[in-house]
Design a protein around this ligand. Structure first.
Ligand code: COA
Length: 312
């Protein structure tokens, strides 16, 4: 069986540590330390920001545990250039280090677009080796997003193109509005999807559908995306965020350590043969046996009340 990464709890917001609460994404690209600034607070929402066009918002009260990661580069339709990439790296690292995070909702603050993919204007000025470095960084950043220990839900309203779609594919779940469009248009630019798209798309929709989409670069609608399993839900335009929040709230009610172990068991198990996969499941289950939350779940059932989980 393949080894498990060390489970390290470290919070920058709390002094306590919980072994299962967070894992550190592998950062293969040097990223500046996250610049966190509490910029405001209103009922149910504490806003914190990172430098650059990526914001983090922490929900509070009954939604405490839900983190929103928002893309906000309107002038370029959230195209990913160097600054946006650094913002993403910082945001992902911050969330990975936050033991209070239970679920992440990834969305866009820019109307009618999730993300237009790589910044093609910046790309035009890069040498081949700079392009290589950038694409490698983007690939490892999306791998870090995928490797977050907590579930991630992408909210797509509008265009998710190229690297934008690859970012959504790195999330655990995807919810879109009906007017969304999806495409991996890279072959039309004489390149290939290079931030995980050639690998994640076939794992999600199957190899034949993925090949057709990558070979042709065809844009598909939200309805087609849901019919091929590319997104979990396609809802009326403008309602994707609301739907994603409902899902996040459902997840946020569950045993937080169990959710992490479920994600880990599924992700590890899918990469190995069945006997090793079942070993992975056992190892994840074992980590829950001695938790207070497991006993709380049983007590709440016996007492016919809602469980109150502490993540311990
Ligand atoms: N990189 C850099 N700039 C981009 C961009 C990208 N990937 N996508 C959009 N922009 C810029 C446009 O050049 C334009 O800038 P300008 O005002 O200086 O001309 C601005 O964002 C607005 O784009 P526009 O095309 O006018 O908006 P739209 O609402 O009509 O369409 C998109 C939005 C995202 C559908 C469209 O811009 C598009 O198809 N972009 C290309 C996406 C792509 O091919 N990505 C794959 C990369 S591999």
């Amino acid at each position: 069986m393949r080894g498990f990464p060390a489970l390290i709890g470290r919070s920058i917001f709390r002094s306590s540590s919980h072994d299962l609460r967070s894992t550190h994404p592998t950062a293969t690209v040097a990223a500046a330390p996250p610049l966190l600034r509490r910029i405001g607070s209103r009922r149910g929402l504490i806003i914190q920001t990172l430098s650059g066009p990526v914001r983090i918002e922490r929900l509070s009260d009954s939604d405490s545990g839900i983190i929103e990661l928002k893309l906000d580069r309107p002038e370029a339709k959230n195209a990913i250039g160097k600054e946006m990439l650094r913002g993403l790296q910082n945001a992902i690292e911050t969330i990975g280090n936050d033991s209070s995070a239970n679920v992440v909702v990834v969305s866009s603050s820019v109307p009618k677009v999730f993300c237009a993919g790589a910044d093609l204007k910046e790309r035009k000025l890069m040498s081949a080796s700079e392009v290589q470095q950038f694409v490698n960084s983007l690939r490892s950043t999306f791998s870090s997003l995928e490797a977050l220990s907590v579930p991630t839900v992408a909210v797509i309203e509008g265009a998710a193109l190229g690297g934008g779609l690859e970012m959504a594919l790195s999330c655990d779940l995807r919810v879109c509005g009906e007017e969304s469009t999806f495409s991996l248009p890279e072959t039309g630019l004489a390149i290939i999807p290079g931030a995980g798209g050639t690998q994640r798309l076939p794992r999600i929709v199957g190899r034949s559908a993925a090949k057709e989409l990558i070979f042709t670069g065809r844009r598909i609608s939200g309805k087609e995306a849901v019919s091929m399993g590319l997104v979990n839900y396609c809802v009326p335009a403008g309602e994707a965020h609301h739907k994603a929040l409902q899902i996040a709230r459902d997840i946020n009610q569950k045993g937080p350590l169990a959710i992490r172990m479920a994600k880990q068991a599924i992700n590890k198990g899918l990469e190995v043969d069945m006997p090793s996969a079942l070993d992975a499941e056992e190892e994840c289950y074992d980590q829950l046996l001695e938790t207070q939350d497991r006993l709380e779940g049983l007590a709440a059932f016996a007492e016919k009340r809602k469980p109150s989980y502490l993540g311990k």
